[in-house]
Design a protein around this ligand. Sequence first.
Ligand SMILES: Nc1ncnc2c1ncn2[C@@H]1O[C@H](COP(=O)(O)OP(=O)(O)OP(=O)(O)O)[C@@H](O)[C@H]1O
Ligand SMILES: [Mg+2]
Length: 360
Amino acid sequence: MATILVIDDDLDFQQMLRLMLQRGGHKVITTGDGPDGLTKAKQLKPDMAIVDVMMPGMNGYQVVRKMREDPDTAGMSILVLTARAQPVDREAALAARADDYIPKPVAPNELLAKVNELLAHHQSAQGPAKQTTSVLSLRGGVGVTSIAVNLALGWQARGRSTCLVDLQAGPGQAALHLRLNARTTWIDWAISGDTSTNGLSKFLLPHTSGLSVLAAPIVPMNLPAPNRVTTLLELLRERFERVIVDAPRIWDATCAAAVLAADNIWLIIAPEVGSLQSAVGVLRALKAARISDERINLIANQIMPNPGLVLPAIEKALGQGFKGSLPYDEAQSGAIGQGVPLMISQPDSLFAAAIKQLIS
Ligand SMILES: Nc1ncnc2c1ncn2[C@@H]1O[C@H](COP(=O)(O)OP(=O)(O)OP(=O)(O)O)[C@@H](O)[C@H]1O
Ligand SMILES: [Mg+2]
């Protein structure tokens, strides 16, 4: 059973949809106009919205665009109802970033089949509803921040509401990668003592992609108590579908809290001996912290054009295979300088494509 929001100004049609969907086992919320639909979508977080195009005031395409821009509703399945079924209507619906469209009038069975197909596809294509990934290395400079930033943008581009958290005591660089001014940070949130999901909002930095960022301070700060980190990650998980953590590069209580809160740990390894040695130590620490192997993903990152070690040798030494390997990309350092990550400037580059592949 899914919760479906129907936004249509034609009350008879709205009623017909309600019956049809309820008969299909779904819970239905209805409204007759776009702005109210946006409020309901944000508050009630339905699994899907069915949006009529032709409505007075705000039309359906405008409603869909606004839903995709808001992190709270960006990941919803959206089906658009068009009065005509011309190719141009389909293009307009998809350009607004709806998942699909269906022409009106529509036969009940056809609509229900489309709704169920979209819901099933959405679930299987996008993985579990909520997921926290901590990107980690205790060896500096192996690309943790570059990967966390591009991974977060990759999820956001797939319509998942995503927050990137830079959990350094400072200086943190995730904001720099995204050309954001770190005017508020996770340490400010920790000091504020707030424990509500709403209270978090004023500390989040909005990025033009729709991604939310919780930055680290530029100046090193004293770390808050580890239970604040745990609370923070719980609140973010409630609010977002994907939480990506740029984990600290020292094994302190903050790092341990980030690791324990994560469904997935991406352990980043550069193909050189120092990184290998560090990875051996991290795997031991993760084992001691009783993190199961399924949660640990080894990711190779080719930070240099000529690697010192080949991946099979590293896999052999670690007794575990790589989940993925990110290629060397000479454009990566320029991307940091410009504050525009490759996932945005060159989404088809091998580096961005490899990250997309890992979350597909
Ligand atoms: N796949 C790659 N190809 C080329 N250069 C890369 C790649 N990944 C990372 N780099 C470069 O490596 C450098 C370090 O990257 P980054 O700052 O993301 O690493 P980090 O592990 O977060 O470092 P720190 O320990 O300082 O936090 C940057 O100059 C970045 O451009
Ligand atoms: Mg970093």
